[in-house]
Design a binder for this molecule. Structure first.
Ligand code: TYD
Length: 137
């Protein structure tokens, strides 16, 4: 987990079923994403300020802007990469060991996060200096 980089993360097309009634997208754990989903949380009514600004030691996540758009910047201590989520059928697979910041929420944006583990405060690294030490940088 310490050696992960921003290049281990990617935007994934979520499968969708379309007919004259509209779109339906589905995500099944261990089929569409590489982990079982143990928790779902979502961010909404976010004002100008950024969210996130932490890293996880083990947690895997899959992030989707189910409505509106959001920018997600990942940082492995050496390199940063910003991903734009702006479609309900696009998701970002985020591996552990990366510092993340979520900002630029559009009006009405909802960012849903599927997580591989239940909430564990001990899995968080909330200090950037500590993060760099964790990455051995
Ligand atoms: P926080 O980690 O600060 O949000 P962000 O992801 O934007 O950095 O979480 C805000 C609050 O919500 C904090 O008190 C912890 C709580 N929380 C839970 O209880 N369970 C969860 O699954 C999450 C993600 C947060």
């Amino acid at each position: 987990m310490k050696q992960t980089t921003v290049h281990d993360c990617k935007i994934v097309d979520i499968r969708k079923y379309t007919d004259n009634r509209g779109y339906l997208s589905v995500i099944e754990g261990c089929i569409d994403i590489p982990f079982e989903i143990k928790r779902i949380y979502y961010l909404y009514m976010v004002p100008e300020a950024a969210r996130g600004a932490h890293a996880h030691k083990a947690l895997q996540q899959f992030m989707i802007a189910t409505s509106g758009s959001v920018h997600i910047t990942l940082d492995d201590g050496t390199e940063k990469k910003t991903f734009v989520l702006d479609k309900p059928w696009k998701g970002l697979l985020v591996v552990p060991g990366l510092w993340r910041t979520l900002d630029n929420f559009s009006g009405g944006a909802v960012c849903m996060v599927l997580a591989s583990e239940k909430y564990e405060a001990e899995d968080y690294i909330r200090d950037y200096g500590e993060f760099l030490k964790y990455k051995e940088l």
